[in-house]
Design a protein around this ligand. Structure first.
Ligand SMILES: Nc1ncnc2c1ncn2[C@@H]1O[C@H](COP(=O)(O)OS(=O)(=O)O)[C@@H](OP(=O)(O)O)[C@H]1O
Ligand SMILES: Nc1ncnc2c1ncn2[C@@H]1O[C@H](COP(=O)(O)OP(=O)(O)O)[C@@H](O)[C@H]1O
Length: 211
């Protein structure tokens, strides 16, 4: 269909039937005019520090008055991705679902932090592409703590379980982790405090004009 309501490059999402365009005379909410959202994906091995960095950064961003969400991997697997396992296909599906929700939030001005392993480069690339298509900012942060450090931290006891033969398919041990070739930022979290790691991501957001 062509005409006033046909989709355009600037508004690529299809409006549901019956939903009307807001009158152009309605001004946007003043606080929202200069707010740019973004998805900040923190990828890395289990116990690398993704969740800890995400929450430290979220606290800081909220204190600075920014709308911020953390899409926690464990929570997502309880609700949005309930029933999915840790095989290649399920992990890919999980990452695409999270990417979809993150993009929606980010497109509405929310700084959306995603501490999720996302072990496959192809899955991460698909999420980046989706953001590009929608014109939404996307940053990939590799929390690059080496497996030797992660396995000592072993926050959830997964490395010990794998070593004891009680679990197979642990990312970075007996399941793949495809390291990002050119992330927007690589954080050497094993050599930093949590606040230093969070500050490095904060500096990236500033550098990219998102703060
Ligand atoms: N086999 C195996 N491999 C990796 N991780 C495992 C596994 N089994 C359970 N867990 C726990 O689940 C969390 C990973 O889920 P995610 O949704 O973040 O990862 S994925 O992108 O779908 O791979 C991950 O959370 P984090 O430790 O916070 O990374 C693990 O605690
Ligand atoms: N610079 C750092 N950044 C993040 N976590 C760190 C750092 N230094 C030490 N840690 C510790 O490492 C652990 C990381 O656990 P977590 O954030 O749950 O990892 P992940 O979400 O990647 O599985 C936490 O106990 C945290 O306190």
């Amino acid at each position: 269909m062509t005409g006033a309501h046909s989709p355009s490059a600037a508004h690529p999402r299809t409006r549901p039937p019956g939903e009307h365009h807001h009158p152009t005379t309605t001004p946007p909410h003043p606080r929202e005019t200069h707010v740019t959202g973004a998805t900040i994906w923190l990828t890395g091995l289990p116990s690398a520090g993704k969740t800890t960095i995400a929450h430290a950064l979220a606290d800081r961003l909220r204190a600075e008055g920014r709308r911020t969400e953390v899409l926690d991997g464990d929570e997502i697997r309880t609700f949005l991705s309930a029933g999915l396992g840790f095989g290649r296909e399920d992990r890919h599906t999980n990452v695409q679902r999270i990417g979809f929700v993150a993009e929606l939030l980010a497109s509405h001005g929310v700084l959306t932090l995603v501490p999720v392993i996302a072990p496959y480069a192809g899955s991460r690339e698909a999420v980046r592409k989706r953001h590009q298509q929608e014109g939404t900012a996307y940053l990939e942060v590799h929390v690059a703590t080496p497996v030797e450090v992660c396995s000592v931290r072993d926050v959830k006891g997964l490395y010990a379980k794998q070593a004891a033969g009680e679990l197979t398919g642990l990312t970075g041990v007996d399941d793949p982790y495809e390291e990002p070739a050119s992330p927007d930022l690589r954080v050497e979290a094993q050599a930093q405090t949590v606040q230093e790691s969070a500050a490095a991501v904060h500096a990236l957001l500033t550098e990219r004009g998102l703060l």
